[in-house]
Design a protein around this ligand. Structure first.
Ligand SMILES: NC(=O)c1ccc[n+]([C@@H]2O[C@H](COP(=O)([O-])OP(=O)(O)OC[C@H]3O[C@@H](n4cnc5c(N)ncnc54)[C@H](O)[C@@H]3O)[C@@H](O)[C@H]2O)c1
Ligand SMILES: O=c1ccn([C@@H]2O[C@H](COP(=O)(O)OP(=O)(O)O[C@H]3O[C@H](CO)[C@H](O)[C@H](O)[C@H]3O)[C@@H](O)[C@H]2O)c(=O)[nH]1
Length: 331
């Protein structure tokens, strides 16, 4: 039997595909390559180029392949873009997931592991964030992910589909072997941008606000290594296979780093002087996001192994040095 990875050509999905194949699983990938890269897909995966909103296409894949579980990474995921194009975000993320669930019902596939986000919480009422805190998203992106969680809940009640919704905090790093890594156009995430400055591809990094109520005035985030994150997905799948109930879980480290601390660590790792500029706050940025990771530890037995911020930045740096133009030109 096979695992179906939706969005398996993207940054996080491609790491899931590699890890699943390395652990001996058969993998089917669906991706429309809107932000993903064909070259990021493991050569032993079976690839279908298509859109999760196309129900007829999904039925064809589910009929052809013997699928036992779905790992769902396919989504639009930029907070700022979602503020400008809210309806596109609901279309791709909510309608897309609805079609996936319909196809699963028809094909009698009853397990899904799904990418959610810390953006579902909105402004934190206290730190660290626990899963029982209210979800009051401040962007259409966060709202769309919260709606996806609600779709799952009702699909479980009526159709028995079990899910684990993993609320990622800030995902960073790359596969230790540097075969795959992060390549977004445009890039908006802090760590890859800082490393592009170190590589000489950008002149400086603009810090979005240094007047927050944090130790050095810059925003604090909880960074998780992409490979640790994928470990949690495999554990979540195992948990469902053992009869576990559907679950919503944070994936973070209980630990936060400020923007300035990230830049300082990147200077040490790369040995480069990374020039900074201080800019205004970015709309919608909460000052501090730190996860309580207790639920993932207790329920999934998730114990991340690559928690030092140096390790996360070293692996990201190795990817950038070995692939200065990312995946380069597509075939
Ligand atoms: N990167 C982060 O820090 C972060 C944090 C929280 C949650 N997430 C979530 O994790 C998931 C993966 O994020 P990522 O950073 O790898 O993003 P990404 O853009 O690199 O990957 C998404 C993949 O899904 C594909 N895709 C998008 N819409 C599709 C559709 N309609 N049909 C088929 N394929 C489609 C894209 O082509 C791409 O390959 C997303 O759901 C995102 O919301 C990411
Ligand atoms: O050029 C930059 C880019 C980012 N930042 C700052 O760096 C921090 C991290 O920003 P990222 O864009 O890397 O990440 P976000 O925290 O905004 O968001 C990420 O994590 C969230 C959950 O915590 C969501 O899931 C979202 O999808 C994902 O992109 C923020 O304070 C941001 O203001 C800068 O100062 N300059």
């Amino acid at each position: 039997m096979s695992v179906l990875v939706l969005g398996g050509a993207g940054y996080i999905g491609s790491h899931a595909v590699y890890q699943l194949i390395e652990e001996g699983h058969q993998v089917i990938v669906i991706d429309n390559l809107i932000t993903g890269h064909k070259k990021a897909i493991h050569k032993n995966a079976t690839f279908y180029n298509g859109d999760i909103r196309d129900l007829h296409f999904l039925h064809t894949v589910f009929e052809k392949e013997d699928i036992e579980a779905v790992f769902h990474f396919a989504a639009s995921s930029l907070v700022g873009e979602s503020m400008e194009q809210p309806l596109n975000y609901f279309d791709n993320n909510v309608y897309g997931t609805q079609q996936v669930l319909k196809a699963m019902v028809k094909a009698h596939v009853d397990k899904i592991i799904f990418s959610s986000t810390a953006a579902t919480y909105g402004e934190p009422i206290s730190i660290p964030l626990t899963e029982d805190m209210p979800a009051i998203p401040t962007s259409p992106y966060g709202e769309s992910k919260h709606m996806m969680e609600k779709l799952m809940r009702w699909a479980e009640k009526s159709h028995g589909i079990k899910y684990v919704s993993l609320r990622y905090f800030n995902v960073a790093g790359a596969k230790e072997s540097s075969e795959i890594g992060e390549d977004h156009h445009p890039e908006t995430h802090l760590i890859p941008i800082v490393l592009q400055v170190a590589l000489g591809q950008r002149e400086n990094i603009t810090i979005f606000g240094d007047d927050y109520d944090t130790s050095d005035g810059t925003c604090v985030r909880d960074y998780v290594h992409v490979e640790d994150l994928i470990d949690a997905h495999l554990l979540a799948w195992n948990y469902l296979n053992q009869g576990g109930n559907s679950l919503i879980c944070n994936l973070g480290s209980n630990n936060g780093f400020s923007v300035k601390e990230i830049i300082e660590t990147a200077r040490k790792v790369t040995g480069k002087n990374i020039p900074i500029k201080t800019g205004v706050r970015r709309a919608g940025d909460p000052s501090k996001l730190i996860a309580s990771a207790s639920k993932a530890q207790n329920q999934l037995h998730w114990h991340p192994k690559r928690t030092s911020i140096e390790k996360i930045i070293i692996d990201a740096w190795n990817w950038h040095v070995n692939h200065p133009n990312g995946y380069g030109k597509e075939d």
